[in-house]
Design a protein around this ligand. Sequence first.
Ligand code: MG
Length: 383
Amino acid sequence: MQNRSPHIAALIVAAGRGTRAGGAIPKQYQSLGGMPLLARTVGVFAAHEKVASVTVVIGAEDDALAEAALPEGVARVVGAESRAGSVEAGLAALPEEASHVLIHDGARPLVSKALISRVIQALEDADGAAPALAVTDALWRAEGARVTGVQPRDGVWRAQTPQGFALAPIRAAHEAFQGEAADDVEVALAAGIEVALVPGEERNLKVTHPEDFARAERLLKEDQMDIRVGNGFDVHRFGPGDHVVLCGVQVPHGRGLQGHSDADVGMHAVTDAIYGALAEGDIGQHFPPSDPQWKGAASEIFLKHAVGLAGERGFALGNVDLTLICERPKIGPQAQAMRVEMARIIGCDLGRVSVKATTSERLGFTGREEGIAAMATVVLVPK
Ligand code: MG
């Protein structure tokens, strides 16, 4: 490894005409789930924290389409007749600081962040790395409609992209390469570059035919249906004090709530519900009570962390419903302020945050006014 951290450039190849997909415009500019297919592909790389730049190779006639489809900050370069020629043009146009390149088919919009990470990781030990899938169907040779033989599938893999390389060797390989190549691994192998194989993904399909659009749309819809529900429950006991903090709001009271942090029982229940929806444990795991830095901490820190974690995992808050259980203090007059405060911390509309309260009819520990309990339900939706 070099001393400096690598600059990983993404090179998205989208110069083809995509005629097999049908339609009035090239397939990479056709809409997939409400946005141009190419914009979706570019977006995955642009959002990856280890990808420093994104360059797209476009067709000579597609400048206006690309301008409309691509976000600002994405460099464009005009490709050539052949795929290898287009890649060579793209390699020449990468930022000067680039040390590695991920070459990706523009028509594979469902590439995942995890797959990109696997290729980047493999490049730490090799000058080339690319994803592939094992072949499970039997393979035949045929002439016309007549099967003439069986092709052994041992050691045969279905190639995908992104195909990653150290930049200098793949540039040299492309300069030396003559003729037409199926992909950049073929070019790399011709130059003697070692290519590590990493696991590909079935959903990283190449949108080629009209039915591929339908399949990609179905996969995107499935993603949209990944709805998460979580519940949270918390109790804090009363102790000496002159106020309690509930959902970030100071409420005057003859006693305070005891706890390691500010003992905001309502916000803790909501925070735990979010962790629960993500299957990410609970507050105690993320902010151990044994750690003195959380002593007296405002519970806003916990809720912000949970919301941030949800965001990283691709989720936004659908809604939260919190019930505080106590005889006193009276919650009703403060419930609106509590909603406002939690909506601010979460960064969502007020209409998605509910705070309500009930007594327990003087029964049990809440009825005896020994403490306050809170229960919360949250729904997380794909962003
Ligand atoms: Mg608590």
